[in-house]
Design a protein around this ligand. Structure first.
Ligand code: TYD
Length: 231
């Protein structure tokens, strides 16, 4: 790094809200856990926005189709990385930041770490390069907390049962590299992660997530009593 290197653009959360990402390999159970946490937060009277990547916006749904549902080989690795980053840029600017500014708890099923694990580690495009690309895309927004549901490739495959997209069709060795990529991210910044063994019972995992999140909601200045507008 030279003296001219600008300061790290990473910022925590944004506005008054709380930004929580669910990450993990295919079949880890992220959507189930995001749903259970969202239901609990809603019961407590918080305004919750549920969203996902890729595909949290209208543009994102078109990008999702392009990047996930083509034939094998239809998207080259760098084009794939750029399409996920484009989805993320639009998602953050048009949905995530506005919801955070309104004081919502934003729960996203996948975020930037998925790009680092799938494109950076598993496709070997480079951890730092892919992280920098996405940080540029989102103007430095990182989650207040990332829930990593750690799943071995074989368990993920068994849980998915039917294969429905291009990434899921990759070999177990690809999914092993994805898993290692996620674990490396969590090890680098442990206070920003809760890492859970995805083979645990859903209710037990949900209780562990709630324990961690309740500390954050107690500290945050969140909107209450607002009808959750969803994503
Ligand atoms: P996901 O929506 O979690 O799958 P589904 O809902 O079909 O179970 O994710 C779709 C796929 O996209 C998944 O295989 C991971 C991959 N992906 C990346 O490779 N990079 C990314 O940046 C993101 C967000 C997802």
């Amino acid at each position: 790094m030279s003296d001219q290197t600008p300061p790290d653009p990473v910022t925590r959360g944004g506005g008054r809200g709380l930004f929580i990402a669910f990450e993990g390999g295919d079949g880890a159970g992220k959507s189930t856990q995001a749903g259970l946490l969202g239901a609990w937060l809603t019961e407590q009277g918080y305004a919750v926005s549920h969203t996902r990547e890729p595909g949290g916006t209208t543009l994102g749904r078109q990008i999702r189709e392009l990047v996930l549902h083509g034939e094998d080989g239809s998207v080259t690795p760098r084009a794939e990385a750029l399409l996920f980053a484009a989805d993320r840029a639009h998602h953050v600017a048009s949905l995530v930041r506005p919801a955070l500014e309104r004081g919502h708890v934003v729960l996203t099923d996948r975020y930037l770490d998925s790009s680092v694990a799938y494109q950076g580690a598993a496709r070997a495009l480079g951890h730092e390069e892919i992280r920098d690309l996405s940080l540029w895309a989102v103007e430095g927004l990182v989650p207040d907390l990332t829930v990593l549901l750690d799943v071995p490739a074989a368990l993920g495959r068994a849980r998915r049962r039917e294969v429905h997209d291009r990434l899921e069709r990759e070999a177990d060795s690809f999914h092993d590299r994805v898993r290692a990529g996620f674990l490396e991210l969590a090890a680098r910044d442990p206070e920003r992660y809760v890492v859970l063994d995805a083979s645990g019972a859903p209710e037990e995992l949900a209780a562990a997530v709630r324990d961690r999140v309740s500390l954050l909601v107690a500290r945050a200045d969140l909107a209450r009593d607002v009808t959750a507008e969803g994503a």
